[in-house]
Design a protein. Structure first.
Length: 87
């Protein structure tokens, strides 16, 4: 496994954990993970896990910035991988 693969695995794990923690804390009425932190994690490479956890946990699915933003981030990242890595 190269360094980028390890990084992407770790950032996606962080995104999954953050989304899960936010969902649990929201249900308990406690302090939440800031939306900016969730979106930054997606922008740093965790968009696949964040999108998957949003859909599986039904979390942040009423927020347009997440329903439109996270898939948009994922598409941009996929395009970058394609153009930088496979051309």
């Amino acid at each position: 496994m190269n360094l980028w693969q390890v990084y992407l695995l770790e950032i996606n794990l962080v995104a999954l954990i953050l989304c899960t923690v936010d969902k649990v804390r929201a249900a308990a009425g406690k302090w939440r993970v800031p939306e900016g932190t969730l979106l930054l994690t997606a922008a740093l490479g965790g968009s696949p896990a964040l999108l998957l956890s949003m859909l599986l946990l039904r979390h942040k699915t009423r927020h347009k910035k997440f329903i439109l933003g996270v898939p948009a981030i994922l598409l941009v990242q996929a395009a970058l991988v394609y153009f930088l890595g496979y051309r």
